[in-house]
Design a protein around this ligand. Structure first.
Ligand SMILES: Nc1ncnc2c1ncn2[C@@H]1O[C@H](COP(=O)(O)OP(=O)(O)OP(=O)(O)O)[C@@H](O)[C@H]1O
Ligand SMILES: [Mg+2]
Length: 296
């Protein structure tokens, strides 16, 4: 089931985003959520309310079409594995320069049903039941060629059904383990000093964890610290380890979180510095919307 994206309203949203980038004043934007990489904007229209995820600008039509093909394949493979994925449409507009701006658009799902929220508001019985449904989903979907970024903020519970939201970065590999994603494009929000280093030395290991159940679970558990939900770690560990051949330890989760937090902290600081350099020194528009600082 899909829906029709309101074209003219999205074009207006993109205008507002461009103004925000030029002026570095984002106050006219209605922010629905923050991820590590993107900002998700809310669009109210006669056809309903939508979550709009702005992608990095594509240098040309071909790069955009490659992304489109990859996204379609990812959505199909996730659905085939039995996962409930939020209906997602890709909207784009071509600039006079030939570059392409695009958004992944989904209907806005109820924000209070976001699982990272529910784990705060519901009781332990709900949490245990959630985690057991979650383990089923992850176990079924994840494969060496099909990855999942399964942290709690990427799922919404709609009437007892877990719906997966975070599809903007399609995680698929070929049979030789090479990323099908345009990794170079998706790292373009990194300051140039980091780009090559990260691409070459880190990308393999950054992504590895998404392609095996144990790694996905370790990432999920580590992220509970960021969500201030680490009290749930012991209970969830017991549930997870019942299914893993190599158990995860509490120390491993804590160490994983420290490393992950340090990496994002560094990336975030370098991006702020890069943006400052663009605006103040070179007097040019910085082309990305950055999330605010996160307490880690
Ligand atoms: N369809 C939706 N309805 C309601 N809220 C949403 C929806 N999609 C995203 N959000 C909110 O925005 C947040 C970030 O969205 P999402 O996970 O898709 O992007 P992201 O984490 O920035 O992705 P990436 O890190 O891969 O760039 C979610 O945690 C959620 O709070
Ligand atoms: Mg996310």
């Amino acid at each position: 089931m899909s829906f029709t994206v309101p074209h003219s309203e999205l074009a207006q949203l993109e205008d507002r985003v461009r103004t925000a980038l030029r002026t570095t004043d984002g106050s006219a934007l209605d922010v629905l959520g923050y991820g590590e990489v993107t900002l998700v904007l809310r669009l109210r229209s006669a056809a309903g309310t939508f979550a709009c995820k702005r992608l990095p600008v594509f240098p040309d039509r071909e790069r955009f079409e490659r992304y489109e093909t990859g996204l379609d394949a990812y959505l199909r493979r996730l659905a085939d594995s039995g996962l409930d994925v939020a209906d997602t449409e890709l909207w784009h507009t071509t600039l006079p320069s030939g570059r392409v701006t695009a958004y992944c658009v989904q209907r806005e799902l109820p924000p209070h049903r976001l699982c990272s929220r529910l784990l705060h508001t519901e009781d332990d019985i709900w949490a245990k039941d959630f985690f057991s449904r979650f383990l089923d989903q992850v176990d079924r979907a994840v494969e060496p060629t099909l990855g999942l970024d399964a942290q709690a903020a990427n799922w919404v519970d709609v009437g007892g059904k877990l719906v997966y939201l975070d599809v903007t970065t399609p995680l698929m590999r070929d049979a030789r383990g090479r990323e099908l994603l345009d990794v170079r494009l998706f790292f373009s929000s990194l300051p140039w000093v980091l780009r090559d280093a990260v691409r070459v030395s880190m990308s393999k290991s950054i992504f590895d964890k998404f392609y095996e159940t144990r790694g996905v679970l370790l990432d999920f558990l580590g992220n509970l610290y960021k969500e201030r939900l680490h009290d749930l770690v012991p209970v969830f560990l017991e549930q997870a380890n019942a299914r893993l051949s190599r158990p995860i330890t509490a120390e491993e989760v804590a160490a994983y979180y420290r490393d992950d937090a340090r990496m994002w902290e560094l990336i975030q600081r370098l991006r702020q510095a890069d943006r400052f350099w663009h605006h103040r020194i070179r007097r040019r528009t910085y082309p990305f919307l950055l999330p605010p600082r996160v307490e880690r």
